[in-house]
Design a binder for this molecule. Structure first.
Ligand code: 6GU
Length: 232
């Protein structure tokens, strides 16, 4: 019986809490939470709206299309949550942040308390970024309608790394990227599907040969698809 005393807590501030519900309530994220290894709380920013209409954004100074998320609701929401606990990082998910990779996910998985802010519209007032945000993360060079799906990606990438979340079968140790190279090809039954055969070596029962073959395939695949990973 294994005990995991240091569960991770992630708070997320968003105007669209529904968008985060489903991705975080199934499969491995569900397992992490029901095992008590990860606690995710989603907070609706409208609780801190500036008026009875639930306003949390306004036109941008200097003109131009697109709304900007107001300082006050965000500052109040962050300060409210900071009264409960001290955050290791306050992360703003934004396309102009640093691109997420496995190294960053590994580093964040060692923290205890994370706060993630999802932006919408044109983004959040720059002063919130300057005064509260400690890390800015993008999930790739393309634009999403809001930060929620990016936050779900980030929580998944971190959550599956927490000790005890994955079992042997799903172990993160053999993931693509975990050792800096892509994963080798995988096969399951039948050994012959319409004449398409599984490589003989995988049926050989020789663990050493299989391990060498997999490593070789992983390297070859990385060389072909992501030579940049081998240069790093
Ligand atoms: Cl974090 N947010 C948005 N809105 N778009 C993105 C992104 C984040 N990362 C890539 N595209």
């Amino acid at each position: 019986m294994q005990l995991y005393l240091c569960a991770m807590r992630i708070d997320i501030i968003t105007v669209l809490p529904q968008l985060l519900e489903s991705p975080l309530s199934h499969s491995i994220m569900q397992r992490a939470q029901s095992k008590g290894l990860l606690e995710v709380q989603v907070h609706n920013l409208r609780q801190w709206a500036v008026n009875e209409y639930g306003q949390v954004d306004d036109y941008q100074y200097g003109g131009g299309a697109g709304m900007v998320m107001l300082c006050e609701p965000l500052a109040k929401a962050i300060e409210h949550l900071q009264n409960e606990r001290e955050y290791d990082e306050i992360i703003y998910v934004t396309p102009d942040g640093k691109t997420l990779n496995q190294k960053t996910a590994n580093a964040l998985s060692l923290k205890e308390n994370l706060l993630i802010i999802c932006g919408h519209y044109k983004g959040i007032d720059e002063r919130i970024r300057q005064h509260y945000i400690t890390k800015e993360i993008s999930i790739g060079d393309y634009v999403l309608s809001g930060g929620e799906l990016a936050a779900a990606v980030l929580v998944d990438a971190i959550g599956r790394l927490l000790p005890g979340v994955l079992n042997d079968e799903t172990s993160a140790l053999f993931d693509s990227f975990q050792d800096g190279i892509l994963a080798p090809p995988v096969y399951t039954r039948p050994a012959d599907f319409r004449g398409w055969k599984v490589p003989d070596i995988l049926l050989s029962g020789d663990p050493k040969k299989i391990e060498d073959w997999r490593y070789d395939q992983a390297l070859q695949r990385t060389q072909e698809r992501r030579p940049d990973l081998l240069e790093e």
